[in-house]
Design a protein around this ligand. Structure first.
Ligand code: PEP
Ligand code: MG
Length: 947
């Protein structure tokens, strides 16, 4: 027989520590719940005795679908000790021990796995217990719960089969609530439930307590691989390999009369983070009654009046637990005949707001240090704090227009607008397939509904409280949620809900506010919160900046975005996509004129340049030029220049450039003003030129229509545009004439932009600002491209500064977004003073996946099938794209040790990608202004994790 230890008693935590080596490993071995129960037992907290089957046993079970050798014997043996500790005997009608069987993984997965209570009850034991307790109703109630739970959880019988006889029975008796059920009534229900088991499974409900226990333990192990548990793990990035432990614990009963009760509590408010005990309890009830949110609970503060001594002891214990774990605790307790038992403690799930407030306050209270506080908040939670909420005026208007619908408990903050659907599958389908904004509406939610909750923009329930399933899950995922809006009547059959005479049908819009608990009919406008008002968050982000090695810059095109970025803590602009300004309606005609005349003009300019080069070299087409020839050539050049001067194409081209120049200068001036004292990276024109012109299909149709109708007005212009668009047409435009290639083929555009940048910078400096322009050349693949383009641009910069009589601090650099550029970084760094990884293109070119089409066509399938773990356009692919980046940083810095390195692709706002940028020694990440706060935290967390 294997001597492997699969089972630990709650009072064997020291042995578990010795075996596992660290507390983290103990949590891995016994699960979070088991480890904490053992830890509480050690600390002298009143915990009902019990044992934990390890996660190692779960993993062994998954391989063979059998308990590992020796495990069950150890359970039986240790159960004897539990019997001694509890002073009761399993299966003994004269003094019965009942146990619960609960899952408990290393990381809490609330409601995702299975629990069975009251194991050990059978016909005989029930009789004995009635005699012992004199409380027949309690015993019959407990027994029917066991049959129900074993039936649904262990045997997989649909809940409805148990709901039906209960509802019918209550109706027949005219009962409104369960509290009206008598002992005899519950005995009838137990009988009916046993019949359900017989009918559905073809065998009798097991009377053997050990069989019940074995089945329950297996069901818990099985539930590790239930769909909802797997979905949850994917979402939370919890490895499948951890497994769950099984906790078998002496039952204590909150449903033994009015001196008994049960409840759940948080040591601080998990919604706001305020340092006040928050929770609910029910007198004469069992645990699941509270969590299910079916009965109306009392606030925990009421316990102080109802059972002052118990409350005092409870308060003292929870305070000790919070001091011990140095974090907000979520506890479950039961009072049995006036005696308090603690059933569970764990770090409590909390809203983003609460996470920030609790982390901040605990530093202020001296309970944790700043660095610990930084690990207590996730970048995603910071993101949630910037989510939009309804504008006050919209809410007021909605009220006056009579669109206020209902109010419930404000369970998870944030505003949501969407179409309502009444079941999780439809919610998920409408979201995934039709890309609808959806709000899930249910009487209450169950773990089976999680996939819908994740797809929903918001959740609304008519039952349940602030610790109900809907509330806990929504808070954790940052989905705005209103629960317990009990005025709402939901008609699941007719797929509609109504309140105070107003009816909303499935598919119609509502707006819900998880911060206030209010619900409105229709769509309300949303506004963005002001970060500066969120003092605790600002303080926390200040602490983050103290430890980060990476700076956070922002991608911003306009001064207003730059200003927001700066307010959010950006230390520079990492990418201004200048071409975005070209798209403005007022500018587009000039931009189009520039493009339409570029080719003709450039041809002429190239001709002159060729002749001038020949003249300077004294040779033309392989033959030496004598003085006569040179004179003739000079005359030819002059004539060509005259032609260019008078050419309508060239005139239009230069006029357009002249008109765009001051506009760009104005754009850049605004950026330098907003970012005074900080670097501003301005990228020269990048996209293929056809993007600024109408599509070929549209033009073809327009020209054909004009011709067919015999209309001549505008025909010539449109036909010319069509010719240009046809000429610019490329099969693979993203790999075509764009970026630095434009700088070579049509150099005047980039020259104009550099002039505008430096004129703006000089003007800003003359006006007392402190501009730091960095000119970024996109899409370099070969150093010779830079050699060709950069010196001319640098000369323009110098000329402008000389003409203006001011010097500004500046850099010229390039984007690294082509694999060849990364691989030849050493050569490129000879010219570039900075690198900025354009990881959108770098991912596209490294994988060979079109960034415009891959997500639509196959990437989803790749991720679903696990061919790729993540979408590489969202989370940086460290092994491929990342490896190129690492190489480029290393080799670039070997040539230019002070090379500034950043990232400006979408990955700059993704926490995992930020961590990678930290690891390879980037100076900064640049992301959208809204993501700057979360990136600051992610940068700090990377520094804390890796140094
Ligand atoms: C990139 O390619 O990562 C980048 C920032 O440039 P764009 O997305 O504009 O191509
Ligand atoms: Mg790019």
């Amino acid at each position: 027989m294997s001597d492997k230890k699969w089972v630990y008693l709650f009072n064997e935590v020291a042995q578990a520590e010795e075996y596992a080596g660290s507390w983290d490993n103990v949590r891995g071995l016994l699960g979070g719940k088991g480890a904490n129960l053992a830890d509480m037992t050690r600390a002298g907290v009143p915990v009902p005795p019990g044992l934990t089957i390890t996660t190692e046993a779960c993993n062994a079970f998954q391989d063979s679908r059998q308990f590992p050798e020796g495990m069950w014997d150890q359970v039986l043996e240790n159960l004897k000790t539990v019997e001694q500790q509890a002073g009761k005997k399993f299966g003994d009608p004269n003094n019965p021990l009942l146990v619960s069987c609960r899952s408990g993984a290393k990381f809490s997965m609330p409601g995702m796995m299975d629990t069975v209570l009251n194991i050990g009850l059978n016909d005989e034991v029930a009789k004995g217990m009635v005699e012992l307790t004199g409380d027949e109703r309690f015993v019959e109630d407990s027994y029917r719960r066991l049959v129900h739970m074993l039936g649904t959880v262990v045997m997989g019988i649909d809940d409805e089969h148990f709901e039906e006889p209960l509802v019918a029975y209550k109706q027949q008796k005219g009962y409104k609530s369960d509290t009206e059920m008598t002992a005899a009534d519950w005995a009838e229900i137990t009988k009916a439930y046993k019949e359900v088991v017989r009918q559905q499974k073809g065998f009798d409900f097991p009377q053997d307590p050990y069989k019940q226990l074995e089945l329950a333990a297996k069901a818990v192990f099985d539930s590790w691989n239930s769909k909802r548990a797997i979905d949850y793990r994917r979402r939370e990035a919890i490895p499948d390999s951890l497994g769950t432990a099984v906790n078998i614990q002496t039952m204590v009963f909150g449903n033994m009369g009015n001196d008994s009760g049960t409840g759940v509590a948080f040591t601080r408010d998990p919604q706001t983070g305020e340092n006040v005990m928050f929770g609910e309890y029910l007198i004469n009830a069992q645990g699941e009654d509270v969590v299910a949110g079916i009965r109306n609970t009392s606030k925990i503060s009421a316990l102080q009046e109802e059972m002052p001594e118990v409350y005092e002891q409870f308060f003292d214990i929870t305070e000790r637990l919070e001091q011990h774990y140095k974090d907000l605790q979520d506890v479950e307790f039961t009072i049995e005949h006036g005696k308090l038992w603690m059933l569970q403690t764990r770090n409590g799930k909390r809203s983003a707001k609460a996470a920030i407030t609790v982390a901040h306050d605990m530093v202020m209270e001296g309970l944790i240090n700043k660095n610990t506080a930084l690990t207590r908040v996730s970048p995603e939670q910071i993101d949630q704090m910037l989510h939009p909420h309804f504008s006050i005026s919209d809410v007021e208007n909605a009220r006056t227009e009579g669109r206020y619908f209902a109010k419930g408990v404000n369970a998870s903050p944030g505003a949501a607008v969407g179409r309502i659907y009444f079941d999780a599958d439809t919610v998920e389908k409408k979201h995934n397939e039709e890309k609808q904004d959806v709000i899930m509406v249910r009487p209450f939610t169950k773990p089976d509904d999680v996939h819908g909750m994740l797809a929903a923009k918001g959740i609304l329930t008519s039952e349940g409280g602030a610790t109900s399933h809907a509330a806990v899950v929504a808070r954790q995922f940052g989905v705005p949620c209103v629960v317990g809006a009990s005025e709402i009547n939901i008609d699941m059959n007719k797929r509609k809900m109504s309140c105070n005479g107003v009816t909303v049908s499935e598919g119609e819009w509502i707006s819900l506010d998880g911060t206030t608990g209010e619900v409105f009919v229709g769509q309300l406008g949303m506004t963005t919160p002001d970060l500066s008002e969120q003092k605790e968050l600002m303080t926390l982000l200040g602490w983050a900046d103290e430890v980060s090695r990476l700076q956070v810059w922002a991608n911003a095109d306009y001064p207003k975005d730059a200003k927001r970025a700066r307010d959010y803590g950006a230390k520079g602009i990492g990418l201004c996509r200048t071409e975005h300004m070209f798209f403005e309606i007022s500018r587009l005609p000039d931009v189009q004129s520039m493009i339409m005349n570029a080719e003709e003009t450039q041809k002429m300019l190239n001709g002159v340049e060729r002749l001038e080069t020949a003249l300077a070299a004294g040779r033309l087409e392989g033959r030496s030029l004598n003085e006569e020839d040179k004179k003739a050539l000079q005359a030819e050049i002059d004539a060509e220049k005259d032609i260019i001067k008078n050419s309508p194409n060239a005139q239009a081209y230069f006029k357009a450039l002249e008109k765009i120049l001051p506009l760009q200068r104005g754009d850049f001036y605004g950026l330098f003003e907003a970012m005074t004292g900080l670097p501003v990276i301005i990228r020269l024109i990048d996209p293929p030129l056809h993007e600024f012109l109408p599509s070929m299909e549209d033009l073809l149709t327009e020209v054909a229509t004009l011709k067919a109708k015999g209309i001549t007005e505008g025909l010539e212009e449109k036909s010319h545009m069509l010719d240009v668009v046809t000429g610019l047409h490329e099969s693979n435009p993203m790999m075509g004439l764009r970026g630095i290639r434009l700088g070579i083929v049509y150099p005047d555009i980039m020259k104009m932009q550099v002039r505008a940048i430096f004129e703006a910078a000089c003007d800003a400096k003359l006006n007392g600002f402190d501009p730091h322009p960095e000119v970024m050349i996109p899409l370099t693949g070969h150093v010779n491209e830079l050699k060709e383009v950069q010196p001319t641009l640098v000369k323009i910069a110098k000329d402008v500064m000389a003409a203006k009589g001011v010097n500004v601090d500046y850099k010229f650099g390039t984007m690294i977004e082509i694999p060849r550029a990364a691989v030849t970084a050493a050569e490129i760094a000879e010219y570039a003073e900075f690198f900025s990884f354009g990881t959108n293109d770098l991912t596209q070119m490294t994988f060979g996946y079109s960034r415009d089409d891959a997500e639509r066509t196959f990437l989803g399938v790749y991720v679903d099938q696990g061919i790729l773990v993540k979408n590489p356009f969202q989370q940086l692919d460290r092994d491929g794209v990342g490896r190129l980046m690492k190489l480029a940083v290393k080799e670039g810095r070997e040539v230019r040790p002070n090379l500034e390195v950043g990232i400006c692709g979408e990955h700059g706002g993704d926490p995992s990608s930020i961590e990678f940028c930290h690891l390879i020694g980037n100076n900064y990440v640049s992301c959208s202004p809204f993501r700057v706060p979360l990136a600051r935290l992610a940068a700090a967390q990377a520094a804390l994790k890796h140094g």
